[in-house]
Design a protein around this ligand. Structure first.
Ligand SMILES: Nc1ncnc2c1ncn2[C@@H]1O[C@H](COP(=O)(O)OP(=O)(O)OP(=O)(O)O)[C@@H](O)[C@H]1O
Ligand SMILES: C[C@H](N)[C@H](N)CCCCCC(=O)O
Ligand SMILES: [Mg+2]
Length: 226
């Protein structure tokens, strides 16, 4: 059977999509599943062993059940840490959704579940006329929303949920990620999100100064099969 797959988006860049995706990978592996991630488009890379590599891709690779190789895991690795359409233009790269779909199909044939991490928030452009939301739609994936718990996240979460629904996509669940350990009224903010997001809360990830996603995975429930 083809692997289950989800598209992991977030309320913004830097809200913990990679942290949460690594935690999801660990949770899936705990459940006995062969779990792997994909980062179709990354912006921001450094030379590692003579080739450009993106930090998210390396973190996701390390957290998966097996190493599919960076070409499969991260087909587009752009150098500049800026919006992907700008980095792509700078490098003369055209992002081809069909190539991404083919790589995802390959990964799905090798695993039980695949988590596909976006870049930045849901409407981040990949080209003049194409964005992450269109990619999620073209890949036909249910969406997991990572909410970076900080002031402003309620508005960002609700707008993102609207954008997901407007494209006919399913919000399979959301994750509250404690990026700000000093957030005031954390529980009230969580309640506000719970009351307004029509999807299951998959878990609350604690603030972890050590960045240990495996340790954070204990609090996660896996979403329904996508
Ligand atoms: N729960 C947490 N506790 C402590 N630090 C965290 C937590 N979640 C994320 N961080 C830290 O915040 C930073 C941003 O997280 P992360 O890279 O996962 O964000 P992202 O949403 O994937 O960003 P991008 O849009 O660049 O892909 C990282 O340094 C990460 O270690
Ligand atoms: C470079 C960064 N870490 C992400 N890969 C890309 C974030 C793009 C955000 C674009 C925007 O919404 O303004
Ligand atoms: Mg990331």
């Amino acid at each position: 059977m083809n692997a289950a797959a989800w598209f992991v988006t977030g309320t913004d860049t830097g809200v913990g999509k990679t942290f949460a995706t690594c935690a999801l990978l660990h949770a899936a592996r705990h459940a006995g599943l062969r779990a792997v991630a994909m980062k179709p488009v990354a912006a921001g890379a450094e030379l590692v062993d003579g080739r450009l590599a993106n930090e998210d891709a390396l973190r996701l690779r390390a957290a998966g059940s097996f190493d599919p190789g960076l070409d499969l895991l991260n087909p587009y690795c752009l150098a500049s840490p800026v919006a992907p359409h700008i980095a792509a233009r700078e490098e003369g790269v055209r992002i081809d959704p069909a190539l991404i779909a083919a790589r995802l199909a390959d990964l799905r044939s090798k695993a039980d579940c695949v988590f596909v991490e976006g870049a930045g928030g849901f409407r981040v452009p990949l080209a003049a006329d194409y964005d992450m939301a269109m990619l999620a739609r073209d890949l036909g994936l249910p969406v997991i929303l990572v909410v970076g718990m900080r002031l402003g996240c309620i508005n960002h979460a609700l707008l993102t949920a609207e954008a997901i629904a407007a494209r006919g996509l399913v919000l399979a669940g959301w994750i509250a990620n404690r990026i700000d350990p000093h957030m005031l009224h954390f529980e009230d903010n969580l309640d506000a999100l719970r009351e307004r997001l029509a999807a299951p809360l998959l878990g609350v990830l604690p603030y972890r100064a050590d960045g240990d996603a495996a340790a954070a995975a204990a609090g996660l429930t896996l979403p329904e099969r996508g």
